[in-house]
Design a protein around this ligand. Structure first.
Ligand SMILES: [Ca+2]
Ligand SMILES: [Ca+2]
Ligand SMILES: [Ca+2]
Ligand SMILES: [Zn+2]
Length: 341
């Protein structure tokens, strides 16, 4: 679903056969044929990391104040082709050539569109590795454990969306290029996770709000696990400098004091902030490992009904995974939002 408006049609969640990891156990150096490489990325974005609210797009220039925000990372799970294709992400591009490296070294600056390809590969791969670290795919059911297609798209408007029909995430170029902000990538991956968990997740306005709220939550929880920053509840601190005036720049926040049903206004991105705040409070009470395991487990098979229904499913997930104390903490977070009585 796109970030700023509702548009994408939900047809059916397409589940592809899992990509089997190659046997690279004896690889001793990076390069085609091996599964690891190097990349240069933002962690998660320059504004969040540097806490500098004066940074701006400057027409995609690679200016001096941004230099401390570039970081060298290891890219994992590559398929050995020399492209940014691997177990958990398949990068495609409509904005120029695909990144290719005969040595698996993918180091570009933001003015080079291939930088965004590296961002997409890294953050989607790390997102799936985090999901698996919670037990999904081993002790729990797998969750979107496919090579997620992601396309860098030359969009004139400032938008990104996840498209369930083609099972593809598309990241746009309006304002700050969307894929220069890990939290935009992670938000869209959150929708792809939903598509994989239930074919009827997005069938009501209320489940649409849940979708946006969860996607915002997923952006900040993964961002915070991999590269914690000072103002964690602020979503898309860098992408939003192009369309927000207030400081700090945030597309949305997951810590707003909105309640159900009084603060509903029918706009899914706004209403989703009721849901994301409940998830954020669960995380605050239980820590990210328990909270995220519970939240993800509760979403399997959700038929797209109401906030109250998914809240009860999440309480049940907490009870069966961990027990009474955790179930009570989850219930309290939803009660504080007015979602449960
Ligand atoms: Ca760029
Ligand atoms: Ca943008
Ligand atoms: Ca942030
Ligand atoms: Zn969305």
């Amino acid at each position: 679903m796109n970030l700023k408006t509702t548009a994408a049609l939900f047809v059916v969640g397409l589940l592809l056969a899992p990509v089997v990891a190659g046997s690279y156990a004896f690889a001793s150096k990076s390069g085609p044929g091996t599964s690891t490489g190097t990349g240069t990325v933002f962690l998660p974005n320059p504004v969040a990391e540097l806490q500098n609210q004066t940074l701006s797009d400057q027409k995609d220039a690679d200016f001096a104040e941004l230099q401390p925000a570039y970081h060298a990372v290891t890219l994992s799970n590559l398929d050995g082709s020399g492209f940014l294709v691997g177990d958990w992400a398949t990068v495609r591009s409509s904005t120029g050539p695909l990144a290719f490296s005969a040595t698996n070294d993918f180091n570009y600056d933001r003015h080079d569109d291939r930088f965004e390809q590296v961002m997409a590969y890294f953050w989607i791969t790390e997102s799936q590795k985090y999901i698996q670290s919670l037990g999904f795919g081993s002790t729990l059911d797998p969750l979107n454990d496919v090579s997620q297609k992601v396309r860098l798209n030359q969009w004139g408007v400032d938008n990104s969306f996840a498209d369930d029909k083609h099972d593809e995430i598309r990241l746009g170029k309006g304002g700050v290029d969307d894929a220069e902000d890990a939290e935009v990538i992670l938000h869209e991956y959150g929708h792809a996770m939903h598509f994989s968990q239930s074919a009827t997740f997005y069938t009501s306005n209320e489940s649409g709000a849940i979708g946006e709220g969860f996607a915002d939550y997923w952006a900040v929880t993964v961002s915070n696990v991999i590269s914690p920053t000072a103002d964690s509840p602020c979503v898309a601190d860098w992408d939003s400098v192009s369309y927000t005036v207030a400081v700090p720049h945030c597309l949305r926040r997951v810590d707003r004091d909105l309640v159900y049903p009084g603060d509903l206004n029918g706009r899914v991105h706004h209403d989703g902030q009721i849901w994301s705040r409940a998830l954020w409070d669960i995380r605050g009470a239980l820590g990210h490992v328990k909270a995220d395991t519970i939240i993800l487990q509760g979403q399997f098979g959700f038929p797209g009904t109401s906030m109250a229904d998914l809240a009860l499913r999440t309480v049940d997930a907490a009870d069966s995974l961990y027990g009474n104390a955790e179930a009570n903490a989850v219930r309290a977070a939803f009660q504080a939002r007015g979602i449960l009585q």
